[in-house]
Design a protein around this ligand. Structure first.
Ligand code: GUN
Length: 278
């Protein structure tokens, strides 16, 4: 029988721990404030931003919402980021991605002050992760490490395979697994014989962005499978990058979609906001 890794429960535990910490900080006179910027009204982004505000309210973090129109220019957005960088009241700045097509994401991310970059996307924070020094780490991969640790899954010495090489998930995931002493391989769109590699994985993290891409033929018997994807299937039901029904019986533990990795991203954003003042 396999274990279903309950991201909803684990993220709630983390949020409750943070709530206590924030109350203690408040009692000592320290407030935390997160600025969330959304450009345009992409429906998925609006849901994510709404959930971030809700989590802030639950934990006791103040949130400032900046909802800019779709036609905002690069310079207008950079101006706002610079203003928030200079605002001592603001501890964390998050620019919700994706941005409208007239805006180049990279200069925006690199303009956020690294000490306020609670998403962990700034080069300085990515570099810190790479060399093993202190800095913010991207929330989704950070949440996956917490899911594994809090489910009693050992990483050290394990063969870890990550499918996907994005800056937000794949690359920082590989670096975090390496930091935990896993033996790490990254697979991507140009990998040949991908199944041969994924079938060696003790821990398989799938962040490929294709619905139900991974079936049982990709998975070693008894592996741990972490599914980062979120999509709607042909019946409008939420599903991940992993075909859960087919894969789960072959695993020792697996994350469901929804209720696996998703809730962890926000919990770790809250964690990063709290560490901004610690
Ligand atoms: N869009 C999808 N995921 C994320 C995230 O983790 N941070 C930001 N800023 N935007 C996103």
């Amino acid at each position: 029988m396999y274990q279903i890794i309950d991201g909803k429960k684990i993220s709630q535990e983390i949020k409750d721990e943070l709530k206590e910490k924030v109350a203690a900080l408040k009692a000592a006179g320290t407030q935390i404030c997160l600025a969330v910027i959304q450009v345009g009204s992409d429906p998925a982004s609006s849901v994510y931003v709404g959930n971030k505000k809700k989590a802030c309210a639950y934990i006791g973090i103040e949130s400032q919402a900046y909802e800019l129109p779709e036609e905002t220019t690069q310079e207008e957005l950079l101006d706002l980021v610079r203003r928030l960088n200079a605002d001592d009241k603001v501890n964390g700045i998050l620019v919700q991605l994706p941005l409208p097509k007239q805006i180049d994401e990279e200069p925006v991310i690199q303009t956020i002050a690294p000490e306020k970059d609670v998403d962990g996307f700034h080069e300085k924070n990515v570099g810190a992760l790479c060399v093993g020094s202190k800095g913010y780490v991207s929330c989704t991969p950070l949440g996956i490490i917490q899911l594994l640790k809090r489910s009693g899954i050992e990483i050290a010495g394990k063969r870890c395979v990550v499918i996907g090489r994005s800056n937000i998930v794949g690359k920082p995931m590989a670096l975090l697994l390496l930091r935990e002493n896993g033996t790490v391989t990254i697979c991507h769109s140009r990998t040949t014989d991908i199944k041969e590699i994924t079938r060696q994985a003790d821990i398989l993290v799938v962040a490929i962005g294709k619905p139900k891409f991974v079936d049982e033929t990709y998975v070693k018997e008894g592996a741990v499978v972490i599914d980062v994807g979120i999509h709607r299937d042909e019946n409008n039901k939420l599903c991940g990058d992993v075909d859960f029904e087919r894969v789960a019986p072959h695993t020792s533990a697996i994350t469901p979609v929804p209720g696996g990795v998703g809730p962890m991203t926000i919990a770790m954003l809250m964690h990063n906001c709290v560490s901004a003042v610690e």
